[in-house]
Structures are given as structure tokens and as C-alpha cells.
Write a protein that binds this ligand. Structure first.
Ligand code: FES
Ligand code: FES
Length: 223
């Protein structure tokens, strides 16, 4: 067991454990992507209404969304859902608070820990950095849909179980969503260092990195 494997939580993450975040957009890239429209959206909400300021999501009803809401369609774990949302609702909150898909966790809420990771159109993203309205028409997979079969574990989930790759479990759904992506991406090499690098956007405060790495490697070839 190396010292890196044993003791590499967010407060003492190893220096080589956080460089390639191409699949996990950082805060600066997110803010740049939002640009002026994002700023306009943010300022337009001030003083409009309490519901707007807090963000609002409703199941779509009627022909048109209510004033101030935007109708979007999300394909979540294979189910097509229409939602009416305020423009400031974060994808993570829409899924957790309004669709009750609470397997995706909110950790830092700043794009730095990976607890909120899920798949959008086959890529992995930080859902805490993404507005729900940006995903109209997108296919989203959360941990609840990772195996493709309700009530069954997929290969990555099974591997995490067998390798005891968690302690408190708070980071685990994000770890598994990233792991599944890493195992499918042919551009990510299969050696341990490459996997550590690719998983570096997922922090584990319990320091379960050694077992997480073992789980990812044991699921290789099964996803
Ligand atoms: S909660 Fe999204 S990256 Fe930490
Ligand atoms: S934070 Fe990773 S298992 Fe506790």
C-alpha cells in the first residue's frame, strides 16, 4: 500500500491526482461558458419573486409553461420527462429535489469534489455546475440508472461492493459514475496511474482511494 493510496483526501490530495479534468469542467471554464447570458439570467432573478429566486421546477402541465418558467425535456435513466423550470435551477437540484433521484450527492457545490457526477449524453459532468435549462433534450444517467436494470447492480457497482471501495459512501455514486466513464473511454490507458489521473476530479474524504482503484480495475472489461 503506498502512502498515496492510504492518505489522499481533499485536504492532502497528492500533487499528481488532479490535473486532467477534461471530463470535469472547472469553475473558470463553467463561468466562461455561461458568459453574459448567465450573468443576465442571474441578475434578472433578483427581486422578481421568492419562487424565482429559490429556483422552481414543476412537472409540465398544460400547453405552455407558467410565466418565468422554461419547458425542458430530459431523458433521465431512459424515461422522457417534461419539466417547467426557472432558468437558475441547477441540474443537480432538479434531479435530487424535484425528481427525488437522491443518489447523486451534493458535496462542495463548486465543481471540486465530483460527488455530483453523472452522465450526460455519454460524458461525465459535474451536475452542480450545470443549469437544467442547458440540458433540454439531453440523455442523463444517474447512479439509479447506471446498471440499466432497476434493482440490479452493474459491473462497476458490483466491483465497488466486492472491493469494499467506500467508507461513509458519500462520494461513492460520483466515483462510480466517473469510473464507468473512465472504463469506456478508449483514450484513457488502463494502467493504475492513468486511472488515478482520470479519477482525480473525484475526492474521497475517507481516503478510500486504494480500494476505489482496485474496484475500477476489477470492473475493467465488464462495462
Ligand atoms: S458537488 Fe459538484 S463537484 Fe462537488
Ligand atoms: S468520502 Fe469517500 S467513502 Fe467517505
Amino acid at each position: 500500500m503506498t502512502s498515496r493510496d492510504q492518505d489522499s483526501g481533499p485536504d492532502n490530495a497528492p500533487s499528481d491526482y488532479h490535473t486532467d479534468r477534461s471530463h470535469a469542467p472547472d469553475r473558470r471554464r463553467f463561468m466562461k461558458g455561461l458568459g453574459m447570458s448567465g450573468l443576465a439570467t442571474a441578475s434578472a432573478g433578483v427581486g422578481v419573486s421568492g419562487a424565482w429566486a429559490a429556483g422552481e421546477v414543476r412537472r409540465a402541465e398544460g400547453d405552455e409553461p407558467a410565466e418565468g418558467l422554461h419547458r425542458i425535456t430530459l431523458v433521465v435513466n431512459g424515461k422522457r420527462l417534461k419539466l417547467d423550470v426557472t432558468p437558475n435551477v441547477i441540474l443537480l437540484d432538479a434531479l435530487r429535489d424535484h425528481l427525488q433521484l437522491t443518489g447523486t450527492k451534493k458535496g462542495c457545490d463548486h465543481g471540486q469534489c465530483g460527488a455530483c457526477n453523472l452522465h450526460v449524453n455519454g460524458s461525465v459532468i459535474n451536475s452542480c455546475l450545470s443549469l437544467a435549462v442547458m440540458h433540454d433534450g439531453d440523455e442523463i444517467t444517474t447512479i439509479e440508472g447506471l446498471s440499466g436494470e432497476p434493482g440490479k447492480l452493474g459491473p462497476v457497482q458490483q466491483a465497488f461492493l466486492e472491493e469494499d471501495a467506500y467508507q461513509c459512501g458519500y462520494c461513492t455514486s460520483g466515483q462510480m459514475m466517473t469510473a464507468d466513464y473512465v472504463l469506456r473511454d478508449e483514450n484513457i490507458a488502463s494502467d493504475d496511474d492513468s486511472v488515478r489521473e482520470a479519477m482525480s476530479g473525484n475526492l474521497c474524504r475517507c481516503g478510500a482511494y486504494k480500494n476505489i482503484l482496485a474496484a475500477v480495475q476489477s470492473a475493467r472489461g465488464k462495462v
